[in-house]
Design a protein around this ligand. Structure first.
Ligand code: SAM
Length: 221
C-alpha cells in the first residue's frame, strides 16, 4: 500500500511540517466561504464531525472554532500526526484523536451517527477507494455530509508551473518531486471523483470547487 511518505520520499516529520506550513494556504478564505455557505448550514447544532487522515489536526482545530458545540474525531495512520494534534489548543472540547488506517479497519462509530466526514488530500493515495467510501457512507447520518477535498487532474505544464510558482520549489526540486508526484496528484478528473462518489451511493450536491481554489487542493502530497 503506497503512503504519502513513500510516494514523496518524505519522512513522517517532513510530511507533518509540510502539512503545517501549507495549512493556511490550503484552508484560506475561499475554503471557509464555501464551508460557511454550503456545509455549516446543513449541520445540526451539536454535530459529530470526523476528519479522516486528519494529519496534524489543524483542520479539526478550525472546525472547532466555527462549530462551538461539535464533537470532533481525528483519525490518521501516522503516529506523529496524531501526536501533533493532541498538543494543539482548541476553542471548545478537544477532539478525540486516534491512530487508524482507513483502508484496514472499520470506523469506531455506529451506523448513521456522524453528521460530517471530512477527508482532505488523502483519498487519492488509497488503492481501493470504494470500500473506504462505503465505510464513510455507513457512519453518516441520513442527512450527513461528506466533504471531500482532493487533487483534480490537470495538465503537466500547469502542475509543474504551480510547483515552481506557488510552492517556490527550485528547478531541481521541482523536477524531482514534480515528475514523481504528477501521476499521484493527477489520478482523477473531477468527473472521476463524481463517478466514484455516485458509485459509492452518494448524492453529489457540493460538486463545485471553492471560488479561486484552482490548485490549492492538496498542497504537498
Ligand atoms: C497529505 S496529508 C493531509 C493531512 C490533512 N488531511 C491535511 O489536509 O492537512 C495525508 C494524511 O493522510 C494520512 N493517511 C494516509 N493514508 C492513510 C490511511 N490509510 N488511513 C489513515 N490516514 C492515512 C497520512 O498519514 C497523512 O497524515
Amino acid at each position: 500500500m503506497p503512503t504519502h511518505q513513500s510516494l514523496s520520499g518524505a519522512t513522517d516529520d517532513e510530511l507533518l511540517q509540510r502539512m503545517v506550513q501549507t495549512h493556511p494556504e490550503r484552508f484560506g478564505p475561499p475554503f471557509w466561504e464555501f464551508f460557511a455557505s454550503e456545509v455549516a448550514p446543513g449541520l445540526p447544532p451539536e454535530p459529530v464531525v470526523i476528519d479522516l487522515g486528519c494529519g496534524p489536526g489543524l483542520l479539526l482545530r478550525d472546525f472547532g472554532a466555527r462549530l462551538a458545540r461539535a464533537t470532533l474525531h481525528g483519525y490518521d495512520v501516522t503516529p506523529a500526526m496524531i501526536g501533533y494534534g493532541r498538543q494543539l489548543a482548541f476553542a471548545g472540547k478537544p477532539p478525540v484523536f486516534a491512530i487508524h488506517d482507513v483502508t484496514r479497519d472499520p470506523l469506531p462509530h455506529a451506523a448513521g451517527s456522524v453528521d460530517l466526514v471530512s477527508m482532505s488530500s488523502v483519498l487519492h493515495v488509497v488503492d481501493q477507494p470504494l470500500p473506504v467510501l462505503a465505510e464513510i457512507r455507513r457512519v453518516l447520518a441520513p442527512a450527513g455530509l461528506f466533504l471531500l477535498n482532493d487533487w483534480i487532474r490537470q495538465p503537466l505544464s500547469a502542475y509543474l508551473a504551480w510547483r515552481r510558482e506557488v510552492l517556490k520549489e527550485s528547478a531541481a526540486d521541482g523536477d524531482r518531486r514534480g515528475f514523481s508526484l504528477f501521476p499521484v496528484h493527477n489520478k482523477y478528473t473531477g468527473e472521476d471523483w463524481h463517478w466514484l462518489l455516485a458509485e459509492a451511493g452518494f448524492t453529489v450536491e457540493l460538486g463545485r470547487r471553492p471560488a479561486e481554489a484552482a490548485v490549492d487542493l492538496g498542497v504537498g502530497v
